[in-house]
Design a protein around this ligand. Sequence first.
Ligand code: HEC
Ligand SMILES: [Cu+2]
Length: 466
Amino acid sequence: MNSGNNSNSNSLLIPILIGGVLIVVGGLIIGQLTPSIFPDQASAESEQVDTLFQFMLVIGGAIFLLVQGLLLYSVIRFRKRDDADDDEDGPTIHGNTTLELVWTAIPAVIVLVLVIYSYQVWVDIRDTRDDEVTISATGARYAWTFGYEDPQARTIDDSDEVISGSLPDLHTYVGQHVVMSMQTQDVIHAFWIPEMRVKQDLLPGRTTEIRFTPIEPESGWDYTDELTGAQYNRYRVVCTELCGSGHGNMWANVYVHESEEAYMEVLEREVFDPIINPPADPTIRGQQVIQTYPCSGCHVLDDLGWAGVTGPTLNGAGDRATTRVAGQTAEEYLYESIYYPGSYLVAGYGALMPQFQPGDPDGANYMPVNDVYAVVAYLCAQSSAEENPCDFDNLRSLIETDTGLDVTFGDEAPASEDSATDDTMTDDATDEDASTDDTMNEDADSDETESTPEADEEENTGDGSD
Ligand code: HEC
Ligand SMILES: [Cu+2]
């Protein structure tokens, strides 16, 4: 018996060695699958995360081959032979201290190594950098808005507040150490850029952060800016927390520009210039400004490529505005649908639209009076009529009577009061009179945070495309 066992374990040594080598090589081969199952790498963090993943895949692959290999081996080796007339159970074997030590020690070591390695990656990608730049992200059902502070630290007039503006898109450039500072205006959302391998929840009442540094794409640049010839790539931020009926529509473009100059050029053109030199025409200003609010997540509007489904289409809004409420002019109706969305509900839609308000700059859904003026003017222009169906003088006095605040921009802006032309600069304008009258918004407060389940189910787009 003894001598038989000895020769047995000797003759097993070679196959075990060969098997071991095969398993390790197999694990390494399986590990190579990592790039093919992941999206492109667009940030320095993605390289670290993928290497960690690859490391785990090699270990997992080797364990897979070991287990499956032993299983197959046993199935073949210990099968019931046709010729053997043997229906008895095999001998019961238990207790093998060496084996038990080995199969406890090896996984323990593997897990420990993984803990140390992944903790280091985690600490590393969350580490603060000296020259990091903060971009704010606001999640609101069902759209993202990104806020940029002027890197040149310009202010308007004698205000000491640096200009900042917002866009529905996230812009960044290769090598920029970005820190996203994120807040939600309603429910929990989650910020995820698959190509950057970053993901972080937005939690009500808290500010959460995530950091990343874009890199030059290995597969080359996909797009070229027609104005400047600069190259960029485009990715997507998607919301990964089911947040309501328009959740599938809650995504935004991420533009990674090839250089800081190209990035600055775009920010100047799209964010800062419209603030420093706001166009006098309110409909043009309205087209710029409406894009800094989360309207796109809920409304269709061909002019801006919006495809939200939670609210009625805004195509032709100027035409329909006069037909909604008897006795209301187009400008009155559109104005009310933004500051008092609960006062009239379009048939077939629930009270899901958040109430925008001019009173509290730090409050949810703040929209200064200049912006509502421009947005209404722009929505009025969504009309088949040759002439804009709205009366702008009436709109202006309507806003001023209702809010007690001055509309300070546009063709008739009083020359003395030209400082309050942008969201960030209106504090002085609103301080003096923050009392918006609440006559029309009894139920609107609850609309803002609570969605009605029926309406949520009513329409669902799972279609985030375009
Ligand atoms: C969370 C989804 C949501 C967001 C965000 C949203 N809306 Fe709405 N909107 C709705 C719904 C639902 C209705 C229809 C019910 C009602 O009248 O309140 C509506 C109605 C309207 C109407 C009336 C349309 C008509 O045909 O009578 C206008 C105008 C409007 N929204 C403009 C806006 C603007 C401008 C913004 C951004 C500043 C915006 N909405 C943001 C959901 C939304
Ligand atoms: Cu969301």
